[in-house]
Ligand binder design. Sequence first.
Ligand SMILES: C[S@@+](CC[C@H](N)C(=O)[O-])C[C@H]1O[C@@H](n2cnc3c(N)ncnc32)[C@H](O)[C@@H]1O
Length: 280
Amino acid sequence: MSSRPAQQEKKRLAAVVQQHFDGASADWANRYAREPQSMADLDLILRRQNVHYLIQPLLAAADRTLQVVDVGCGSGDVLDGLPRDVIRVTGMDFSREMARQAGVMHPNDTFAPGDATKLPFRYDSADIVTSLGVLEYVPNPIEALSGMTEILRPGGHMIVSFPNRTSLFRRLLSIERSAEKSLVRLRDMVRGTDRAKAYDSQYRHRQWTPAEAASMLNRAGLVVEEMRVNTYGPWGRLGRLRTMRSLSARISRNWTAAGFLTKRLACTMVIRARKPSHDN
Ligand SMILES: C[S@@+](CC[C@H](N)C(=O)[O-])C[C@H]1O[C@@H](n2cnc3c(N)ncnc32)[C@H](O)[C@@H]1O
């Protein structure tokens, strides 16, 4: 059992994540609708493209309406554009504001606030569970994955994303951030200010290698079927240049298969995994 200070720290971090996404909720749907204004915007759009690619064969094979649970649904836009005669979507999000906005934007789907590690759904009830851009914020991602697997019916599928720790572009970003922070620290020392504090991320944003991501899914009891990758390009100062983003978009839209090179460059992995049926 974890100690009281550890639990309090967990609660504090959860509140920081919640507050962050409550604040981001008003603009979240716009990030899907407008031309990307940052590399992070572009990543959202490309990630959704990969989700749709991975989900399409499941919908094409469906002989009834599929129950889809979107964990950490944000504004509910990840599944936007998929035919609602084949899927029924229930989304839940840690941020009340996100869940509320999702309900306003998508009145035909169902949304509620909730925690990825305490899912309010029956075991073996969902045909598909999606969770995009969420695990990196969850204190215990294995626990969250196991919970999502429990609500999935045998033979059902999970589509989940992981930030790619081996990505050259993610490494460049962390070098750029450290260099910036060192400079600000130096300035703080000279000027007697305390600006470097703002560089300390208030919440942990985890990243995984492709092998680690696959192994986590295996540990949760799933079989990996396919991995897609997206977003090549610098996220820092260079990523703020529009030409850089359109170049990145052009390359990223085509290089989506997870191969030797793409797995070392692309920023995000999207994986489709299956919960084994009782008979296999
Ligand atoms: C980066 S956003 C992604 C939103 C959406 N899936 C998308 O791709 O547009 C991460 C979302 O995960 C939610 N989240 C973070 N921790 C969570 C948790 N423990 N349980 C449920 N949702 C969580 C946040 O509130 C936020 O809306």
